[in-house]
Structures are given as C-alpha cells and as structure tokens.
Design a protein around this ligand. Structure first.
Ligand SMILES: C[S@@+](CC[C@H](N)C(=O)[O-])C[C@H]1O[C@@H](n2cnc3c(N)ncnc32)[C@H](O)[C@@H]1O
Length: 244
C-alpha cells in the first residue's frame, strides 16, 4: 500500500512517521508513506497556493491548479484513490478504514484556510471527515486516517488482537486489566484470574455487549446478532428495566 499525502506542512508528519507502529510498518515495507509539499506545484514565483474567494467572503482558499497538477502527477494508475479530508465528507469509521486498507494506493489531500477551490471535487474519489467539528487543516485528519488504515494492513499488528478491537465486529471491546492484581483496594475481576477459559470467554462476551449497550447503543443496530448475542443483549435490557 502506498499513501501519498499532499500538504502545505510536510513537517507535521515527521514525528508521526518516526514513531511506534507506523515507524515499524514503514521499516518492514508493509506500507510506503510519502508527503508532498503542495507549494512545489505552485504556479506563482513566490510559491503561493492560496487566493481570495470569488464572490467575496472571509479568508483565503487553496487554489485549484496546484491540486490538479499534483493529482495528475501522483495518480499513475486508475486504482489510486484520491481522498480529500474535509469536514463535509462522510465520517471515517472502522468499516471505512477496513475498506481503505484493502486499496493499493491512497492519495490524501489536506486542505487549509477556508479549504480548497471546489473544482477539486471533480478529481477526487472520496471526501472523508474525521468528525463533526472543524479543524484548522487536513494534516491531523490525514494522520488519523493513515493510522487507522495502516494498523489494518496485514502483519502491521497482531491479527488476533486486531480482530477483538472495539468496532472491528461492531461491538466495543470488553474491559481489560493488568498487574498489579490489587491497588489501593481496586481489584481485578475474580473470573479473569480463575484460569477457566470458557468462563473468561463468556464473561468477556457479556462485558463487550454490556459496554456497547451502555456507552454506544447506536452501534447495535448495525450488528448482525448471533442467537447468543441476542440472548445476552435481551438479558441485559431486561436487567436494566427491572433495576429501573
Ligand atoms: C478550516 S477547514 C475548512 C472548512 C470549510 N471552510 C468548511 O466550512 O467546510 C480547513 C481544512 O481542514 C481540514 N478539516 C477540517 N476539519 C476537518 C474534519 N472534521 N475532517 C477532515 N478534515 C477536516 C480540511 O482539509 C479543510 O479543507
């Protein structure tokens, strides 16, 4: 997988690319991540890439020609996917990240100021938002998307741990604990120390469904429930009703 990131601030990405799992994925050649300075595609001798909006209004807009040129340069094959980071896009979800992790080549466009000349929409495949709020630029959203996608690329992280991650199968992950067993009276649940694998598995399933029901009930409508999950969920709902 190649991820090309077009930005006014390539330096933003330096620590991100040199740290932890992303660094290891790059070193292992599981992903290639390149940053591209948009100013290198400026048509202006001062490397300017923004101007005032037609029709008036506050702020500056990023110009179309540098984006046109950089996309034409980077998109060498038809399977490269051009994604503009934008608060107007569809929300990035684990499902979308999983879908993108199967692509061969992503080209991410980071906006700044008031955003990008709208003609760019004719050159992109997708417009993605990382949440319903407005940030100053697309760099943090591009890092979030890159991180979410890269960790899903085979071999980047342990597949077993990924399969049980929150949202991967719709549910939130069950609570986890590590040593020490007790601290200032705060205990680890007994079942996790029992060595009874079947009991631990059942406890985790119940906890996972309970956490989802309590914290993110909106997720449940998109999950295809197994008979067991449905039974556990019904019991949790009944218990909640009887406890008021
Ligand atoms: C200040 S924003 C521009 C917002 C634009 N004026 C609007 O109202 O839609 C500048 C850039 O930050 C990025 N950005 C801001 N919020 C974002 C979000 N929630 N998700 C993805 N990108 C975002 C986009 O690349 C955007 O072009």
């Amino acid at each position: 997988m190649i991820i090309d990131i077009v930005t006014l601030f390539p330096e933003f990405f330096e620590p991100f690319l040199k740290t932890s799992i992303i660094k290891r994925a790059l070193e292992a050649n599981l992903v290639q991540i390149n940053t591209h300075q948009l100013r290198d595609y400026s048509h202006n001798k001062h490397k300017k890439v923004d101007d005032t909006p037609y029709g008036g209004g506050a702020g500056m807009l990023m110009q179309f020609p540098p984006f046109y040129d950089v996309i034409k340069k980077l998109k060498k094959t038809s399977d490269a996917k051009v994604i503009m980071l934008s608060p107007q896009g569809i929300l990035l979800t684990q499902k979308k990240a999983t879908e993108l992790s199967k692509e061969n080549h992503l080209i991410l466009l980071c906006g700044h100021y008031e955003g990008i000349d709208a003609r760019v929409e004719q050159l992109i495949d997708e417009e993605i938002s990382i949440g319903d709020y407005v940030l100053t630029g697309g760099e943090i959203p591009a890092m979030i998307l890159t991180d979410a996608v890269t960790r899903l690329i085979p071999e980047v992280i342990h597949e077993d741990s990924m399969a049980e991650d929150s949202l991967q199968k719709g549910w939130l992950k069950y609570p986890q604990y590590t040593k020490p067993e007790t601290y200032k009276g705060y205990q680890v649940p007994e079942v996790l120390k029992s060595g009874n694998h079947q009991a631990i598995e059942t406890w985790r399933k119940v906890q996972s469904i309970q956490s989802t029901y309590q914290k993110r009930p909106d997720l449940i409508k998109d999950i295809e429930l197994s008979d067991l999950e449905k039974k556990i969920l019904d019991e949790i709902i009944q218990l909640k009703k009887s406890n008021g």
